[in-house]
Structures are given as structure tokens and as C-alpha cells.
Design a protein around this ligand. Structure first.
Ligand SMILES: [Zn+2]
Length: 187
């Protein structure tokens, strides 16, 4: 089966997607100019995508990166925030990044849903999930999320990218890196 290189919009992996339909039977060289129906070969994904004649692939890959070890709530919100950023919905993206803070605090620091975002950041800090230097940075996400919700002007790409970098760092340090620890083995 012919393949087409894409960054899968579902799993975020660089893959050689299987061309399920649309491959030109007579002329391989015309593949870039036709619409291709693709299937991701990643066994945990196997979702479909479409390459249009202009070369764009849908769904497009979200900005940022996939973070391993996330709970379902956090993974869903992280993906939604990245997609919002990808389509230029920067204010919506920043609101989602702030929501991720809530999920993380509820998940890791025993916060209750419906509390203030300030208390989420405080709970994360009190439970030693934030280093002293990181607290100010995470607090920035909360404040920027507040700005996106209540104030004008709306967030621009630079704001959203910066907030995404902060949240990505937080998710990596709280979810992905602990998953790399191998269980101790007895000699
Ligand atoms: Zn995939």
C-alpha cells in the first residue's frame, strides 16, 4: 500500500500514513496533486485523515506536543487547547489552558471543583507540586486566563504560545516524567 508522510492530527506522531484511497493508478508522480484518504499506522490511533489537492492535511496536527501519562480529563483539555491555538482561537486556547490548571489541581492536589483559580495554584504549591520559581510562572497562566475571560483585548498568538509552553512544562513534570521512573528491582 502506498504511504504519505504526515503529522497525524489525532495522535500527533510523524507517520507514513497508509493511502486507503485516491492514489493515482497511472502516475505515481501526480500523487501530490490529488486528494488522498489516509489512515494512521500507529496501532493506538489508526484514525483517518485527508490530504487535499493543495497539500494541506485535515485534521491538522495540534500545536505543541502530546504529553504521555495524562488523565483522560487533562488529555482531552490539552488536546482541545492545542487545536484552538492551531486554528487561531487564541483567547479560547488560553481559557482552556486555565481549565487544565483546574483539572491538574483537582487530580494532583486534592482541590475541589468550583474553587477559585487562585486556590488551585495555592493548592498545587502547598502540595509541593510547584517549585518556588515555577509558582510565579504558573500564576501567570491563571492571570492570563483571567484576562482572556474577563477583559479586552483578546489574547494573541504570542500570548497563547507562551501560556502553552508553561502548561506543557507543568504537564510534563507532573505526568510524563514520573512515568519514566522504573520500579525498583530487588537484587
Ligand atoms: Zn495517528
Amino acid at each position: 500500500m502506498p504511504t504519505w508522510p504526515i503529522i497525524c492530527g489525532h495522535c500527533g506522531q510523524h507517520v507514513s500514513a497508509d493511502v486507503v484511497s485516491g492514489w493515482p493508478s497511472n502516475n505515481v508522480g501526480s500523487a501530490p496533486a490529488v486528494t488522498l484518504w489516509l489512515k494512521c499506522p500507529n496501532a493506538e490511533c489508526e484514525e483517518g485523515s485527508v490530504k487535499l489537492r493543495d497539500g494541506s492535511v485535515y485534521p491538522s496536527a495540534p500545536a505543541g506536543r502530546t504529553v504521555a501519562g495524562l488523565s483522560d480529563d487533562v488529555a482531552g483539555a490539552w488536546r482541545e487547547a492545542r487545536i484552538a491555538h492551531n486554528v487561531g482561537a487564541y483567547t479560547a486556547a488560553e481559557m482552556m489552558f486555565r481549565k487544565i490548571l483546574m483539572y491538574v489541581a483537582v487530580d494532583k492536589a486534592g482541590s475541589k471543583e468550583g474553587e477559585s483559580f487562585e486556590s488551585y495554584v495555592n493548592d498545587l504549591e502547598a502540595n509541593r507540586y510547584l517549585t518556588p520559581g515555577l509558582k510565579d510562572v504558573v500564576d501567570q497562566v491563571r492571570q492570563r486566563g483571567n484576562g482572556a475571560t474577563h477583559e479586552l483585548p483578546s489574547s494573541d498568538e504570542k500570548d497563547s504560545l507562551q501560556t502553552m509552553a508553561i502548561v506543557e512544562y507543568l504537564l510534563m513534570s507532573l505526568y510524563e516524567l514520573p512515568g519514566l521512573i522504573k520500579p525498583a528491582t530487588t537484587p
